[in-house]
Design a protein around this ligand. Structure first.
Ligand SMILES: [Zn+2]
Length: 505
């Protein structure tokens, strides 16, 4: 009898002495179904940046979520008001001397619905586990606490509407529990990150004072493959290039003209093959020349990170990796050259005996600190020339066809940007590391740069600030692909992570 009584007497004291993290967890547990409802309602709105009608519906929905929370949000527009707006809000703390801006994006990658098997991209579906682990679909969650191993499948479930929800829910949890943040907090939700953030610079320039902060802290991307939380101090730069090679002006009968008229698929295959050696190292001249070496803290972080490459290879069904002998973590600190896809003629049911007229590849150039987007593209173009091609930026004219045996059209897609890296030994870096570490007992992973890209240089150069990324999604989230998903526990952990950042020392 004594024990329960003692507990009862102690209960108020226990509640009172809860840590902010415990309060946030308690808030989440009491509101799980409401959080998931808000989340899936947002996920149900199509969010490709070029779909202006729906992208504005997303912005409007987030605006409403912020109003519901007592924030006073507004939209930040471009001059023409024809681009996806930023949803912005502020939470000021009396006496705070530091200002952080928290960032997530609400747009998602375009996708082909026909390739989705779990559900349709904007029809959120609940699964008891990952599809690959034989997860079963259920119409809804049971009442009571939600099984945190369940997943929600939908476009942007992890990239990056989970970020929007984790940030907004962390705010609600702190406010509801009466925990004051330690910084002034600015909220910034972008609507065209997956399109390469073509107007982020303009929106920053139009709102420089409003967006000034000691650091931009970004919620995007997956945690470490081992499941451990991580902090990224940089992101790779990125630029896409369309590369087209030309054969005869019209499609030709492959019997009448084969062996004589050049085939564009052969031409492009050779050209692409010339860009990498058998080990997977890019052979384009000076590709790695201006890579800025890592500092001591950064090298130590890579050495201390969990070794996960072998498990990963098994999971992915690959036995051989490029640049053998180097780890994934080391290699994401190098620039890359990826073929996103290429096409010429038809395959499958539409296949026919023909010599196609062109073949096009889309190349993805990832950049690291020290690389410059224009310089790197020029190196690629110089390489194409070195293989005998005359490089143009338009469909070839008859005169060009008559003069040059090999023609390649190179189109650099707009919106490319450089990489960015924040030093790990800055005071703000140390505060963020301590905050994220305080939420878990496992040693968190510190990455000098993530493999993915974010337009951090657009931010840090214009605003003379630093950017640090704290991702929350499960690594097996199918980000950018079909069947994108989030593991519920990652969303729950993300809420605690972001509450810790808002209350960091
Ligand atoms: Zn993202």
């Amino acid at each position: 009898m004594l024990r329960p009584l003692l507990l009862l007497l102690l209960l108020p004291l226990l509640v009172f002495s809860q840590t902010p993290q415990q309060k946030v967890r308690q808030y989440r547990r009491a509101n799980e179904h409401r959080i998931i409802d808000e989340f899936t309602t947002l996920l149900a709105i199509p969010n490709v940046a070029s779909d202006m009608v729906n992208i504005r519906r997303n912005a409007g929905r987030i605006l409403q979520l912020m109003k519901d929370r007592g924030l006073n949000p507004r939209l930040l527009e471009t001059a023409t008001q024809e681009s996806p707006p930023v949803v912005f809000g502020e939470w000021n703390t009396p006496g705070a001397t530091r200002t952080i801006l928290v960032y997530a994006h609400y747009d998602g990658q375009p996708t082909n619905p026909a390739q989705w098997t779990a559900t349709q991209p904007w029809k959120p579906a609940f699964y008891s586990a990952a599809l690959e682990a034989n997860g079963q679909q259920y119409p809804q969650f049971d009442t009571g606490l939600i099984n945190p191993e369940w997943r929600i499948y939908a476009r942007s479930a992890s990239d990056d509407k989970a970020g929007v929800m984790a940030i907004l829910t962390a705010f609600s949890a702190l406010k509801d529990s009466g925990v004051a943040p330690t910084s002034n907090i600015k909220f910034f939700f972008e609507g065209e990150e997956e399109a390469g953030s073509p107007h982020l610079g303009e929106i920053i320039d139009r709102n420089k004072e409003l967006l000034a902060a000691d650091a931009w802290i970004i919620c995007d991307g997956p945690v470490h493959q081992s499941g451990v939380k991580l902090v990224d101090f940089g992101a790779r730069g990125d630029v896409n290039v369309d590369l087209t090679v030309y054969a005869a002006k019209r499609p030709l009968h492959s019997g009448h003209y084969g062996n004589w008229s050049p085939n564009p698929a052969n031409l492009l295959a050779r050209l692409l093959a010339s860009m990498k050696d058998d080990a997977g190292r890019v052979t384009i001249a000076d590709w790695y020349a201006d890579v800025e070496p890592l500092g001591d803290a950064e090298r130590r972080a890579i050495a201390e990170a969990p070794q996960y490459d072998e498990q990963l290879k098994k999971q992915l069904g690959i036995t051989r990796t490029e640049n053998a002998g180097k780890t994934l973590m080391e290699l994401i600190n190098q620039p890359s050259l990826n073929i996103n896809g290429f096409a010429s003629g038809d395959v499958g049911a539409l296949a026919r005996n023909v010599i196609p007229t062109t073949e096009t590849a889309v190349l993805d150039l990832r950049l690291v600190k020290g690389n410059d987007v224009q310089r790197q593209v020029q190196r690629l173009i110089a390489h194409v020339r070195k293989q005998g091609y005359y490089v143009i930026d338009h469909e070839p004219t008859d005169a060009e066809r008559a003069q040059y045996p090999l023609l390649a059209r190179v189109i650099v897609r707009p919106g490319g940007y450089n990489a960015d890296r924040t030093r790990m030994d800055l005071p703000i870096s140390k505060s963020v590391i301590a905050a994220v570490q305080s939420t878990v007992t496992d040693k968190i992973v510190l990455l000098p740069t993530s493999g993915g890209s974010l337009p951090l240089s657009i931010i840090t150069q214009r605003l003379k600030t630093v950017a640090i990324t704290v991702p929350i999604a499960n690594y097996d989230n199918n980000q950018h692909a079909e069947n994108e998903n989030i593991r519920i526990q990652n969303l729950w952990d993300g809420i605690e992570t972001w509450a810790a950042i808002m209350t960091m020392k």
